[in-house]
Write a protein that binds this ligand. Structure first.
Ligand SMILES: [Zn+2]
Length: 344
């Protein structure tokens, strides 16, 4: 079968690899029908050291169950399924409280003999705990929106929950990538009264407004902090969604929260230290967030996607075939594309 392998910064190839097959009795093999390139895939794309063996890529996909191991109970060949971006058993002490990203028997795609999602098929470990059956056909028009449940929509929702978004609240969203845009959707869905998007790409800000953003701030750093203060009666936002992960964006996000506010971090941090640790201490700002337990959110968000109440599929602004994955990385890295959908 063919799959995406990264050999170093800027070096992404689609090539022949060993076919996905059932190894453990709890595995399923899924024939991938839709996959996506993630903003987090761009971190190794920028920085990975050259590798002889390469690294399999992709953790967002939808597909059709092709085969299941003997212990799989809830899935059958032919089921259309979506995966959260990590696999998990669904039964351990952390899964039972909805923190599937810390599953005691879970793991990531693309490592330790598990396939990546940007390929023709994937062996999914702990299939019963991981995969969610979708009540639609394999080529349903909602596929782009359903695919965002794998990661970006779940991650935007996690940012909003971590930042304690709720009715009547003022929300600031740092980052106009796919996660930031999904964070706007999530904030609107949870009843926020004012949603300020921080971003400087006109097309992305326009989409954010269509998703429910009430204000846009294109400034950065200190100027951005001042603009948000002006928009919030000088107080700052109740809830801040940090959807970038770089030091400057995180520092800005920290300074946008009002005293007693909360910050939800979902951008993968690129530095060890959290900036503004002293000012946020004295302002009693709650700092929360981390990788989204997407598996816990898929069932909650799925009805809204199926009803069209939310339209996160609109974050995909480019569609390509598997052979176009390398150019998709380039386009996202050059910020030509917000997010690339791969159809197989
Ligand atoms: Zn678990």
């Amino acid at each position: 079968m063919r799959a995406t392998v990264m050999y170093g910064a800027g070096d992404v190839r689609v090539e022949n690899v060993a076919d996905a097959r059932v190894v453990e009795a709890t595995d399923a093999v899924v024939t991938v029908t839709r996959a996506a390139i993630c903003g987090s895939d761009l971190w190794p794309y920028k920085s990975m050291e050259p590798s002889e063996t390469g690294r399999r890529m992709g953790h967002e996909f939808i597909g059709v169950v092709d085969a299941v191991g003997d212990d799989v109970r809830t899935l059958a060949p032919g089921d259309v399924v979506v995966t959260p971006f990590v696999w998990s058993d669904g039964t351990c002490v952390f899964c039972r409280v909805g923190l599937h990203t810390s599953c005691l028997h879970g793991g990531r795609y693309g490592v330790d003999g598990v396939d990546g999602g940007q390929g023709e098929a994937v062996r999914v470990p702990q299939a019963d705990g991981t995969l969610v059956v979708l009540p639609v056909g394999r080529d349903d028009g909602l596929m782009p929106a359903l695919l965002t449940l794998s990661d970006v929509m779940a991650t935007g929702h996690h940012a909003a929950l971590s930042a304690d978004v709720g009715p009547g609240k003022t929300v600031a969203v740092v980052g106009d990538g796919a996660v930031g845009l999904c964070g706007v959707i999530a904030a609107q869905r949870l009843g926020a009264e004012q949603i300020i998007i921080l971003g400087r790409h006109a097309d992305r800000v326009e989409l954010a407004r269509e998703f429910g953003a009430t204000d846009a701030v294109s400034e950065r750093g200190e100027e951005a902090v001042e603009r948000v203060r002006e928009l919030t009666d000088g107080l700052g936002a109740h809830s801040v969604l940090e959807c970038v992960g770089l030091g400057e964006a995180t520092a800005t996000a920290m300074r946008l929260a009002r005293p007693g506010g909360a910050l939800g971090r979902v951008g993968v941090p690129q530095e060890e230290a959290i900036p503004e640790g002293i000012s946020t201490f004295f302002d009693n700002v709650t700092i929360a967030g981390g990788p989204a337990p997407a598996r816990a959110y898929i069932e909650e968000l799925l009805p809204d996607v199926l009803d069209g109440r939310i339209e996160p599929g609109r974050v995909f602004d480019r569609v390509g075939e598997l052979d176009e994955v390398p150019d998709g990385y380039r386009a996202m890295n050059d910020r030509e594309a917000i997010k690339v959908l791969i159809e197989l």
